[in-house]
Design a binder for this molecule. Structure first.
Ligand code: G
Ligand code: MN
Length: 253
């Protein structure tokens, strides 16, 4: 994934100019400290306004702009983390979402390394999130990219865990540091059966040595259910929505 690759279409060259990263806090469920933020892409479209990834990301992933956009995301997130580190938030971590298409691009690990090195942030404070839906444990090339990222020091998180078709075997095969439980578990957690599955699944993942994030916490009741289990971290509108760098920066300060 050469950041400088030639791009045929004029739109490709311009696409990053209208992109922006928003950041959503990830909170320690015991201390309520913000330990990390997840970078989430937005497109400030000149006519359609600010677009969420579901409106445009799939198209980018299939286009010749994919590598350029991924490099832009990695660099922008790493530079922002460096800025927050130098403002005194030296423990803050950054999560970045990477698609399976990116993992299959042999130059992804080098792009991630370059982004961290040129920003001056340790890879250990950057977590690469890969969706469970990408079925990466069945793909040798994706697994080798993950191994390379890990050996460079990056953390790996499995995103949307439990919502795809992964079997329990996945927990044995995935070389990840963190499991992020899909928000559908907590959304249904008013039902005792959902709450039991969330609780036991979090215990299983933490017993295996993973750090666990419960996603989609929207209210105090859901927070209580997440805290009752052995999850380490929570994320969701209850703690904060994704916000611009300036807005979240003011909050972090
Ligand atoms: O797949 P991933 O976990 O990266 O998706 C993050 C998405 O989930 C973002 O678009 C974010 O806005 C959304 N999100 C974050 N917190 C919540 C929440 O509490 N409820 C809902 N419904 N969506 C959320
Ligand atoms: Mn994510």
């Amino acid at each position: 994934m050469a950041c400088s690759s030639a791009l045929p279409a004029r739109e490709d060259a311009r696409v990053c100019e209208e992109l922006e990263l928003f950041y959503q806090p990830i909170v320690d469920l015991h201390t309520f400290a913000i330990t990390a933020v997840e970078a989430l892409i937005r497109w400030n479209h000149p006519y359609r306004g600010r677009l969420l990834p579901k409106a445009f990301l799939a198209k980018i992933l299939k286009s010749s702009a994919r590598a350029r956009v991924t490099c832009w995301i990695l660099r922008t997130a790493a530079n922002q983390l460096a800025a927050w580190h130098s403002s005194g938030l030296s423990q803050l971590r950054m999560s970045v979402n990477i698609a399976v298409e990116d993992l299959l691009d042999r130059s992804l690990p080098a792009s991630a390394r370059d982004a961290a090195r040129s920003a001056g942030v340790p890879p250990q404070q950057i977590e690469i999130e890969v969706s469970e839906r990408g079925a990466i444990t069945e793909n040798a090339q994706a697994l080798s990219a993950i191994d390379e990222l890990r050996s460079d020091g990056f953390r790996i998180a499995v995103d949307d865990f439990g919502a795809g078709s992964a079997s329990l075997r996945y927990l044995l095969d995935i070389p990840a540091s963190t499991i992020k439980f899909d928000r559908s578990f907590v959304a249904g957690a008013h039902c005792i059966r959902h709450a039991i599955v969330l609780d036991r699944a979090c215990r299983l993942a933490t017993s295996l040595g993973f750090e666990v994030v419960v996603e989609g916490i929207e209210n105090a009741n859901q927070l209580g259910i997440a805290r009752a289990g052995s999850a380490n971290y929570g994320q969701g509108y209850y703690f904060g929505r994704p916000q611009s760098a300036d807005a979240i920066g003011a909050w972090l300060a």
